[in-house]
Design a protein around this ligand. Structure first.
Ligand code: ATP
Length: 599
C-alpha cells in the first residue's frame, strides 16, 4: 500500500498515519499498550485479593493455595509491565523504518513537485523544513503519544471504576477534578509547539553560522580573514535566543503540570482519609484499602504528570498535523517530477513579447517589457550589469515562474501550454551555482541524459564528452577512471577543483539531447587556457544546439551571433559585437573598460 498525502488532517489521523505506514506494528503497539493498561488496573484488584488472602491464611480462615494463586497473578501483572516496554520498542523500531519508506517518501515526492517559488520564499521554506524534518520521528510520536493517552485513560478509568464500585461518591469526585487539568494540558501543548516553530527560525540561523564556523567551504576565508570570533558571537546570540524561548516554554509547561499535580495530590490525601471511614465500617476490606491507597498515588501521578504531559505532547502532534495539512496543500506544478520527453524537441523560435516580471512577494518589476527572439542553432549572449535580470530571463524561459505578464512563445505557442516533460526536453544548462554530486564521475555526467542514452555506447559517449571538456586526461590517471567516486562521502572518493567541477557540469549539459543550452557564467571557475579552449570548441560543444550564454567576460560573448544588453530589467541594445561597437553605447563602454585592463 502506497502512502498518499491528503489535504486536510484531523485528530484521528494521529493513528491513521502510523497505521498506513505499518498496520502490523501500529496494531501490535496498540495491543501492547492496552495490555499494559489492563495489567495495571488488574493489579489494583489482585493486590487487594492477595493482601486479604494472606490475612485470612494467617488467621487460618483461608488457604495458602489461594494466596499462591493471587501472588502468581500479581507477579504476572508486575512482570508484564516490566517487559512490555521492551516489546513496545521492537514495534516502534519497525514502525520508524516503515515511516521512512512510506511517509518520508510521500513527503519527498511532494517536495519534488512543489512550485519553485515556494522553495525561494522564507515562510514556505520554513514550513517545508518543519514538516520534512525526521518524518519517522513524527510518526513514532503520533503513535506512541496517542497510545500513551489511551493507556492513561484506561488506567485512570479503571482505578476510578474500582473506587466507584467500592465508594461511589469518591469515584465521582476524583473524576470531576481531572477535567480542568486536561484543558490546561491542551493549552500548554499548543503554546509549546508554537514556541518550537519560533525556535526553528533561530535554529536554522545558528546551524548555518555553525557551518560557516566549522565547515569545509569557508575554511580558507576563515583562516585568512579571521572572522571566527565575530561569527561566533552572532552564533551565540542566535543560540541564546533559541535557548531562552525553549526554556520559557519548558517553565510554562512544567508550572502548569506541577500546579495541576499539586492540586490533585492534595485531593488524593483527602480521598485516602475519606477511605478510612468505609474501611473501619467494614464496607471495604483492608486489602482493598491498601490497594486503593496505592492506586490513588498512581492515579495522582498519572493525572497530575503523565496525562498532562501526554495531552500536551499530543497537542504538539496536532499542531504538526496543521502544518502537514498546510504543506500538502502547497501548490504543485503538474508533471514537474516527470522525466523529460523522450521525443527530441525541435526548436524553431523562442520569443519574449513585452514580458514584465516581478518575483512573488517583491514590489518592483525585475523585467520591464522585455522583447527578443532567438532562432534554431543560433548563439546568443545576454550581458549587462549585476542584477540587470539576465538569470531571471533564463528562469522564465525554463518555466520556473509562470506569473509573468506578456507572452513567452516557443515555436509560436505560449510556454504555459507546454507540459513539464516537454519543457525539460527543450533545455539543458550550466548555472553559476552548478551542483556537485558526490557520486561517480560517470554518473555525474549521465545525470544530464538519464532517460535517453543507449546503454551500449554509454561509456564511449561519456569518455568522448569528458575529452571535449578537457577532463579525460586527468580522469585517466585515477585508479577507477570514470567510475571514481567524487567527494568525501563514498570510500575512495577524490575531490575536484572548482574548475574541474564546472567542466563536469558542462559535460552534463552537453550530453543532454535538449536543443537549447543555457550557459550562465559557465567558465567563471576555469583557468584562462581552459576557458579559451572551451571557446575554441564553443561551436563544437554547442553543436546542433541553440546556445544562450550569460557572461561578464565580454571577450567570450563577442563570439555570439547576437548580443542582448540588459540594463535595469530592460533590453537597451541588441546586435552583433561589431554592430554594438559601432553603436558606441553601453556595450561598447563595458567592452572598452574590460579591454583597458589588458593594454
Ligand atoms: N527569488 C528572488 N526573489 C526576489 N528577488 C530576486 C530573486 N532572485 C533574484 N532577485 C532579484 O532580481 C534581480 C535580477 O536578478 P538576476 O539574478 O536575474 O540578475 P543577473 O543580471 O543575472 O545578475 P548577475 O550578473 O549578478 O548574476 C536582482 O535585483 C535580484 O536581487
Amino acid at each position: 500500500m502506497k502512502f498518499k498525502l491528503k489535504k486536510n488532517y484531523k485528530w484521528y489521523d494521529l493513528l491513521t498515519i502510523p497505521f498506513c505506514c505499518s498496520p502490523i506494528s501500529t496494531v501490535a503497539l496498540g495491543i501492547q499498550k492496552m495490555l499494559t493498561a489492563l495489567a495495571a488496573v488488574l493489579q489494583v484488584s489482585v493486590l487487594a485479593q492477595f493482601i486479604d488472602s494472606v490475612d485470612l491464611a494467617i488467621r487460618l480462615e483461608g488457604s495458602w493455595n489461594e494466596t499462591l494463586f493471587w501472588f502468581i497473578l500479581l507477579a504476572i501483572c508486575v512482570g508484564w509491565r516490566r517487559i512490555s516496554f521492551m516489546v513496545g520498542k521492537i514495534f516502534i523500531s519497525y514502525l520508524r523504518i516503515m515511516a521512512i519508506v512510506q511517509f518520508g517518501k510521500a513527503l519527498t515526492d511532494k517536495c519534488s513537485k512543489l512550485h519553485y517559488s515556494l522553495i525561494e520564499k522564507e515562510d514556505s521554506w520554513n514550513l517545508i523544513n518543519r514538516v520534512c524534518k525526521k518524518p519517522e520521528e513524527q510518526v513514532r510520536l503520533m503513535a506512541q503519544r496517542t497510545f500513551n493517552l489511551m493507556l492513561y485513560i484506561i488506567r485512570i478509568f479503571g482505578v476510578l471504576y474500582i473506587v466507584f464500585t467500592n465508594v461511589w461518591w469518591i469515584g465521582v469526585l476524583t473524576g470531576i477534578s481531572c477535567i480542568p487539568l486536561i484543558f490546561l494540558s491542551l493549552k500548554s501543548g499548543e503554546k509549546n509547539y508554537n514556541s518550537t516553530k519560533r525556535v526553528a527560525d533561530y535554529e536554522r540561523r545558528y546551524q548555518y553560522l555553525g557551518d560557516v564556523l566549522s565547515g569545509r567551504e569557508a575554511v580558507n576565508e576563515r583562516a585568512l580573514f579571521g572572522f571566527s570570533e565575530k561569527i561566533n558571537e552572532e552564533w551565540f546570540c542566535q543560540y541564546e535566543e533559541a535557548r531562552k524561548i525553549k526554556l520559557r516554554a519548558n517553565i510554562q509547561m512544567a508550572s502548569s503540570i506541577r500546579g495541576g499535580s499539586a492540586a490533585i495530590t492534595f485531593l488524593s490525601w483527602l480521598i485516602i482519609i475519606a477511605l478510612i471511614f468505609p474501611t473501619t465500617e467494614g464496607k471495604i476490606s483492608y486489602g482493598m484499602f491498601v490497594a486503593l491507597a496505592t492506586g490513588m498515588y498512581d492515579l495522582v501521578n498519572m493525572v497530575g504528570v503523565e496525562l498532562t504531559k501526554a495531552v500536551s505532547q499530543l497537542s504538539q502532534c496536532r499542531e504538526f498535523l496543521k502544518d502537514l495539512s498546510e504543506f500538502s496543500s502547497l501548490e504543485e506544478v503538474p508533471g514537474v517530477d516527470l522525466m523529460p520527453d523522450v521525443e527530441p524537441f525541435m526548436l524553431e523560435e523562442l520569443e519574449f513579447r513585452n514580458v514584465c516580471f516581478c518575483y512573488p512577494g517583491a514590489k518592483t518589476d525585475i523585467l520591464k517589457n522585455v522583447s527578443f527572439k532567438i532562432h534554431d542553432n543560433g548563439h546568443y549572449a545576454f550581458v549587462g550589469t549585476n542584477g540587470a535580470g539576465k538569470t531571471t530571463i533564463t528562469k522564465l524561459m525554463t518555466a520556473l515562474y509562470n506569473n509573468y505578464q506578456g507572452e513567452i512563445l516557443i515555436n509560436g505557442k505560449e510556454l504555459r501550454t507546454y507540459s513539464q516533460s516537454q519543457i525539460k526536453a527543450m533545455f539543458c544548462g550550466v548555472y553559476q551555482d552548478f551542483s556537485k554530486y558526490y557520486i561517480s564521475i560517470e554518473e555525474n555526467v549521465l545525470v544530464g541524459a538519464i532517460h535517453n542514452i543507449n546503454s551500449d555506447n554509454k561509456n564511449a559517449e561519456v569518455k568522448y564528452i569528458l575529452e571535449k571538456v578537457d577532463l579525460y586526461d586527468k580522469i585517466k590517471t585515477l585508479p577507477l577512471g570514470i567510475k571514481t567516486p567524487l567527494g568525501k562521502i563514498l570510500d575512495g572518493g577524490v575531490d575536484f577543483s572548482g574548475g574541474q567541477w564546472q567542466k563536469l557540469a558542462m559535460a552534463r549539459a552537453i550530453i543532454s539531447k535538449a536543443p537549447v543550452l543555457i550557459l550562465d557564467e559557465p567558465t567563471a571557475a576555469l583557468d584562462p587556457i581552459s576557458e579559451s579552449k572551451m571557446y575554441e570548441e564553443y561551436g563544437d560543444v554547442g553543436r546542433g544546439k541553440t546556445t544562450i550564454f550569460i557572461s561578464h567576460r565580454l571577450g567570450s560573448t563577442k563570439l555570439a551571433d547576437k548580443i542582448f544588453v540588459l540594463d535595469s530589467g530592460k533590453i537597451v541594445e541588441e546586435g552583433s559585437h561589431q554592430e554594438l561597437m559601432i553603436k558606441n553605447g553601453l556595450y561598447a563602454d563595458m567592452y572598452e573598460s574590460q579591454r583597458g585592463w589588458y593594454k
